[in-house]
Design a protein around this ligand. Sequence first.
Ligand SMILES: Nc1nc2c(ncn2[C@@H]2O[C@H](COP(=O)(O)OP(=O)(O)O)[C@@H](O)[C@H]2O)c(=O)[nH]1
Ligand SMILES: [Mg+2]
Length: 221
Amino acid sequence: MTEIPVGKDLLDPNDRAAAALRARLAERGVWMLNLMSGAGAGKTTLLVRTLERLKRRFRVGAVAGDLETSRDAERLATAGVPVAQINTHGACHLEADQVERALREIGGFDLEAVVVENVGNLVCPAEFDVGETERAMILSVAEGHDKPAKYPLMFTESRALLLNKIDLLPHVDFDEEAALRDVRALNPSVEVFRTSARTGEGMEAWYRWVEDRILARRRGA
Ligand SMILES: Nc1nc2c(ncn2[C@@H]2O[C@H](COP(=O)(O)OP(=O)(O)O)[C@@H](O)[C@H]2O)c(=O)[nH]1
Ligand SMILES: [Mg+2]
């Protein structure tokens, strides 16, 4: 079977909105992270800790995407930063125009960094540009080491991969070497962070990676 290469189609309304949003964020000096994962990998837990750290040095905010409820927005708000919730009512991903509206709600264009928690799904979010500066994803060790090979797009598209819930490694049959071999075959330059958003293990390196990027943007990158 012939595979048709997927290119950037600027006639697609979402791609156009995403490109415009990315340009606006660059102009305003805002760094925006699009954090993706399957449901339950630990996005909200990790972001609460990350926001608590970032707010000491930067003006930060967050956008939470979910099918229904404002539960994640409420959890993220415990970090003491402005948060907007997007409910997609059935859609399994966020789109750029929704994120742009959410940013306006929280004064996002006057912040230095915004983290977007995408809808929990290992497939759809990777197919939609939301105008982010950088994409990262979480794979938790509870999900199984076969996931990179089975759901390659998100692993291919992410600049950083957080291998989360490493506190559970003694209790699960996750083969880290096999998972990382598949990840590297898809995306040789991906930055990998081994984290436990529960215990805090490994989080310092992740904070540094994020902070370096926010500082680079401050300098005009
Ligand atoms: N053991 C362990 N549990 C975690 C970790 N991170 C998140 N969790 C738990 O995993 C569940 C889902 O986490 P949540 O942050 O809601 O994931 P999300 O759906 O990706 O936003 C919750 O019960 C969290 O307490 C971790 O590093 N280790
Ligand atoms: Mg969540």
